[in-house]
Ligand binder design. Structure first.
Ligand code: NDP
Ligand code: 8X3
Length: 252
């Protein structure tokens, strides 16, 4: 029987690349996101290769999450891998210049949405048991502070600690949990973060080599297919061309 991977945020970036990677390796897919036209297109692209079930889903809506998970048809109802990928950053300006509503959107998506998904799918993952995995997409921003990261980075710090705490409680079930923390990667992430500023997005990725969505999809596949006795707790992946800067000092 084909293994099933459930991917949130499959309409773009890491999530879409993960759908393609897992499909190429024979996994059945549950793909979700808010943009139906993109889900439809991805299903049409991959359904010749593997079974694909798609459903529009806003991970912030707990009732919709629960309804979708409870209503998953056979063979999609035995989820062996949950990729909690849906997420976003907003308002890259300093905290004091940003809208509270944007902070709430990040918390609702990156924290509440991820928690909604995890709670709904834990029974299925535990039923699969040995070899099952939850891959939570964190970020280097969860560990390393930088200007303009405010609530975004803090939400990803939650993802890391939640992943570790889940590991404690899931001990003995066989279910693995990984906090996958990418560095700069070229997706639609910066377009979203800047409110649709294509020039700003292009400038960020210009004249360097960011990670690609496929790089992270390959890391996800690696994590999900390790022998069942191995769990990667935290994987931080940066492009070679990204590193830390010195501390900032304010001077008169
Ligand atoms: P993209 O913007 O390309 O993709 C984000 C995905 O999240 C989209 O498919 C979007 O789908 C989905 N999404 C956003 N909000 C919701 C929601 N409320 N409900 C359901 N789906 C939602 O960015 P990335 O692929 O780069 O981002 C994926 C993850 O990786 C995010 O969690 C991000 O924080 C993280 N990350 C990104 C890095 C980068 O540099 N690119 C680095 C480190 C971490 P739709 O709009 O259709 O709902
Ligand atoms: C975002 C990664 O490098 O833009 O999660 O901080 S980075």
């Amino acid at each position: 029987m084909k293994k099933v991977v459930f991917i949130t945020g499959a309409t773009s970036g890491f999530g879409r690349a993960a759908a393609r990677k897992f499909a190429s390796e024979g996994w059945a897919l549950v793909i979700t996101g808010r943009r139906e036209d993109r889900l439809q297109a991805l299903q049409a692209e991959l359904v010749e290769t593997v079974p694909v079930f798609y459903k529009t889903l806003d991970v912030r809506n707990q009732a919709d999450v629960q309804q979708l998970v409870e209503g998953l048809p056979d063979p999609f109802n035995e989820v062996a891998c949950l990729i909690n990928n849906a997420g976003l950053a907003l308002s890259p300006k300093p905290a004091q210049e940003t809208e509270l509503a944007d902070w709430h959107t990040m918390i609702d998506t990156n924290i509440t949405g991820l928690v909604n998904m995890t709670h709904a799918l834990l029974p299925s993952l535990i039923k699969v048991g040995e070899g099952a995995s939850i891959i939570n997409v964190g970020s280097i921003a969860g560990q390393w502070p930088y200007p303009g990261s405010h609530v975004y980075g803090a939400s990803k710090a939650f993802v890391q600690q939640f992943s570790y705490n889940l590991r404690c409680d899931l001990l003995g079930t066989g279910v693995r949990v990984t906090d996958l923390a990418p560095g700069i990667a070229e997706t639609e992430f910066t377009l979203v973060r800047t409110g649709g500023d294509q020039q700003a997005s292009d400038a960020l990725y210009a004249n360097t080599q960011a990670l690609s969505a496929e790089d992270i999809a390959n890391a996800m596949y690696y994590i999900a297919t390790l022998p069942p006795h191995i769990c990667i707790n935290h994987m931080e992946v940066m492009p070679t061309r990204q590193a830390w800067s010195p501390f900032a000092i304010h001077r008169e």
